[in-house]
Ligand binder design. Sequence first.
Ligand SMILES: [Zn+2]
Length: 388
Amino acid sequence: MSLRRIRAPAAVLVAVAALMAAVPAAAQEPPPEQPSPEQPAPVPVDPAPLPGEGAEPPVEESPDPNGPLPLVIIDPGHGGRDLGAQGRLPAGTPTGLSARRDRGGRALILEKDVNLDVAVRLDGYLRGRGYPTAMTRTTDRAGGDRPFRSEHADLVARVVAANRAARRHAGRRALFISVHSNSLRRSSRGTETFHFYSAGSEARALARAVQREVVFRLGIPDRGVKKAGFFVLRRTRMPAILVEGAFLSNPDEALLLAREDFRQSLAEGVGAGVERHAAARGAGPGSPPDDRPPRTEPLRIRYRVTAGVFRRRAAALRRAALARQKGFEAVVRRRRTPRNGRRPHYVVTGQFIFLQNAKRQRGQLRRAGLPGRVGSAAPPRRAAARRR
Ligand SMILES: [Zn+2]
């Protein structure tokens, strides 16, 4: 989701990224439902009626305890000329998506492609379980599978398509799920799900169910259920949520989103959330909700890249300053070595979940004339415990 987000200046974010990397992931993520600078800004309500919207009564939202499975309207965010967020990938990373490159020939992964792929997988999952579905786009185009003209026209087309689909299935409850991929800082991680500020209880419950199931499957940080004024949440006439699966702006999560099995798990998480929600409302064969806590364990940082180890702190600080001059984010960390128990000063330039990313930074350091090394990011206490 790159729509209507506040972005902090990139330089500031890059500067804090290295420091943030030293903190456990759970500690740096805001708890659910807390106001944070990463929340999207409220969008003023647009009172103008939408084309295609008449005076029809709103779709019935009250659940019928023995009713049929709800219609699920799936909205793959962005499309066509609206690329959405972008992530960078190491050259040659397989994605199972259209190959995308920037002007310099570097490999990209585009939000519009990820969203459509996840949406198609979600559609298959739900249809396979007997749910009627509708999609607001099925090709690399804007809402309603039309050419992209403007953001407003795109969003209106999505809302009109959703409200029409609900009218075609009159008598059946309908749910609206917008699928997006997130973008903020390089260090931002995790899954979050939005409902409209003044959403009814059903949208809130659906958001909680989907968030829980997705987080449980992906195992990336749980950023919680949040409120937002996104157009598609505001103007659709059925309980509506917007899922941000993972961050394309984070190199590790961009690599995860490039994986077909990860996108499948994301789709299945959303689908399982719908099933759980429907079952709780008396529709479908799904099991009733339990009180299983969501899996919030963050991805583990395994690799640490350093640009030198020094006995004297002053020397380490000089090396860190040099590394920063060359464009790296360097911090000095003291750490006991498992072998001889000394505590030298390490110049740390990055911490990574994937070895591929750690090696890439090592290469960048060496090309800049610095002695890049990849080491274990396991805390020294754990290393000491292993020796015993
Ligand atoms: Zn988006």
